[in-house]
Design a protein around this ligand. Structure first.
Ligand code: TUI
Length: 316
């Protein structure tokens, strides 16, 4: 059994979060993870306030365990979604793709535990000072929108800089990554890509098949020109996007409108000519569809096994 401060603070069995993946992380996936003892997280990104309220209601009808909602701070609905989180007394909020300070006071005063995704030491320190319960230090191995630093470098630096628990994210899909994250000073992990292929994850079967087939070099980063680099599977669409990005004859507006709706098309239609399949570098480690419970049990057993065996490296 692996347990850390975050298990006690959030009242969860495993210190394992499921990433709040836009268009992917719905009530069914979050309920399955929370029911299995992790922290399930609903993505607030692709919803307005009313849609989020309905999703929270659906989760509560399937699960009475703690759960979270992710607020993607670049979303046009961020303000509305932030208020629904308070009205619905959501236990935990995670934030991504920006600085959550504008919302932190009202969330913490309402008793919501705030756990921002940070891509730098500076933001980790800032949110810790403003009452964050923990931080998720997410490295550039992750799928979707990424920062500059990678997990191996970022996690120990954030762990040294704050006293609140650090959750490691980016590049973790099995018990070895889980154990390594704990050794870097993290007190929990967040996984996205591994949960993409969970039985309870309702993405298009072609998306799951692509993740399962993917190898170590299957992902690429595009979108730097628009100020939000995105890691996704190499597909005809993502290669075309990257080419357009290099072409000075194409305006930022044209590029941006080419990308609009592409994540939804990947998730709901599995269409690799027109969709962007956001996915982490660990896709090559993800080999089969399993239930969320099996995933949590398997990574825990593997982490315990490698941690117990670590003594073999020490000459006494
Ligand atoms: O947010 C994510 N991953 C995402 S969001 C997303 S939806 C999207 N769609 C189109 C374009 C852009 C996004 C897909 N994947 N992960 C959390 C994350 N947050 N990664 C990096 C950051 C981050 C970066 C900079 C957090 C804070 C930050 O600080 C900025 C500041 O102002 O200090």
């Amino acid at each position: 059994m692996i347990t850390t401060r975050i298990c006690e603070i959030l009242d969860i069995r495993y210190p394992v979060f499921q990433g709040g993946m836009a268009w992917v992380a719905d009530a069914a996936l979050a309920a399955a993870v929370s029911n299995a003892g992790g922290l399930g997280i609903i993505a607030g990104m692709n919803m307005n306030g009313e849609q989020l309220r309905a999703e929270i209601c659906k989760l509560r009808s399937a699960c009475d365990k703690p759960f979270g909602v992710n607020v993607m701070l670049m979303s046009p609905h961020a303000e509305e979604v932030a208020q629904v989180i308070i009205d619905e007394k959501v236990p935990v909020v995670t934030t991504g793709a920006g600085n959550p300070l504008t919302f932190m006071k009202k969330w913490t005063e309402a008793g919501v535990k705030v756990i921002p995704v940070v891509a730098s030491v500076a933001l980790a320190q800032m949110v810790a000072k403003r009452g964050a319960t923990a931080v998720i230090a997410e490295g550039g191995e992750s799928g979707g929108h990424i920062g500059e630093a990678n997990t191996m470098a970022l996690v120990p630096q954030v762990a040294d800089a704050v006293n609140i628990p650090v959750i490691a994210a980016g590049g973790i899909a099995d018990g070895r990554g889980y154990a390594a994250a704990l050794m870097l000073g993290a007190e929990g992990i967040q996984m996205g890509t591994r949960f993409l292929v969970a039985t309870e994850c309702n993405i298009h079967p072609a998306f799951k098949a692509k993740v399962i087939k993917a190898g170590d070099t299957a992902t690429m980063v595009s979108g730097r020109r628009l100020g939000h680099p995105i890691r996704s599977l190499k597909t005809p669409f993502s290669r075309r996007f990257a080419e357009m990005e290099k072409d000075p004859a194409i305006s930022d507006e044209q590029l941006s409108s080419f990308g609009t709706g592409a994540l939804r098309r990947a998730v709901t239609e599995g269409d690799d000519e027109n969709g962007v399949f956001m996915c982490g570098q660990v896709a090559g480690l993800v080999k089969r569809e399993q239930s969320c419970r099996e995933i949590l049990e398997e990574i825990t057993a593997q982490a315990e096994s490698v941690l117990s065996g670590a003594d073999k490296f020490i000459l006494r």
